[in-house]
Design a protein around this ligand. Sequence first.
Ligand SMILES: Cc1ncc(COP(=O)(O)O)c(C=O)c1O
Length: 393
Amino acid sequence: MSRFSLRTAFARTPNPLSQAVAERHARGLSVLDLAETNPTRVGLPLPDADLLARLPASPFLYTPEPFGLAPARAAVASHLSQRGSPVDAAHVVLGASTSEAYGWLLKLLCDPGDSLLVPAPGYPLVDVLARLEGVHARPYRLPAVHGFGLDVEQVEAALDARTRAVLVVNPGNPTGHFLHEGELVALADVCARHGLALICDEVFCDAGWDTEAGRVTSVAGRALPCLTFALSGLSKVAGLPGLKLAWLHVGGPAHARDEALARLEDVADAALSVATPVQLALPALLAHAPRFQEALLARVKGNRERLVQARPADAAWDVVPAHGGWSAVLRIPRVPGEEATCLRLLDEGVRVQPGYFHDFGGGAYLVLSLLPTPEVFTAALGPLARVLSPPAG
Ligand SMILES: Cc1ncc(COP(=O)(O)O)c(C=O)c1O
């Protein structure tokens, strides 16, 4: 019998919900899928198909550069600089995905057994990525009373001797709450005092649907007292997850930043993972991003409004307030609870996600993607309101 690592010993039993979805598909029954988060499947604008045929140089010539080709890094620096602080291309590292960038940062910062503090509720893949690096993802709570915003005391309370870094997802997935200036300053201070790095996942930062004052749009280029990493990529910025290009910006005190870059160069050099064609196309792909973001914002804002309007005034459920992101969170009655409600909705042909995928840690919640077309989203709202507010008696 071969031996395998504990870090790949993931539970493989499908949960009752994914079983029910598979059965429904097997029976040929349709689903109004409010768990759809793939931006290429919901009719949002794609770049011109011939963009890849008009590359500025041959896609077949290979120039291995651990951090990526200079024009592509410069395009990312100029994209990030539009968020407020000037960004130097020398501090930009290209990778194949944000997930890969997480892996690189965990290799850079943590030894096996060390820990990364992660927000809860949060983005579930981070636990998997940490585990694959032998790192513990220790949750710090985003309190419901703060609308799932950051509470720096919760971060400090979750620290232990093996903590090496703190993750902030800005705006939160799935809660859509932005980090605010005062919170960033307090958090960076905690990180500096404890010698921790701050990792800021900013993949949804363009998807803010109001002009709330004081929100942080990016930590890239900011003068913060701790080693700071800002992560994003084409997946959410241009709605192109299949092109496999993401970036990470390294910032913070010059000595720590330069040491981090020197070490990251070895990590990136071991993989050289970004394909040449997408790097050559990056300036044009980033030029397409505003068109995608405009359509995306109209979509998520429109669907959110439809959802809020579908809620009867006396409903026992609420749409949790948020300022951005691709999802909506519903607070629902504890009885019958998340899974039973998801299964009832599926019987009515509507798929949503239970809050427990995201570790809400109390209460009962559903998570809905705001990406589906208005037709699909609207069609799902009738069954949703019926299942969530059954007639009395
Ligand atoms: C918060 C967050 N970070 C990162 C990612 C992954 O991005 P990528 O496709 O670049 O790996 C996702 C994907 O849904 C996400 O929600």
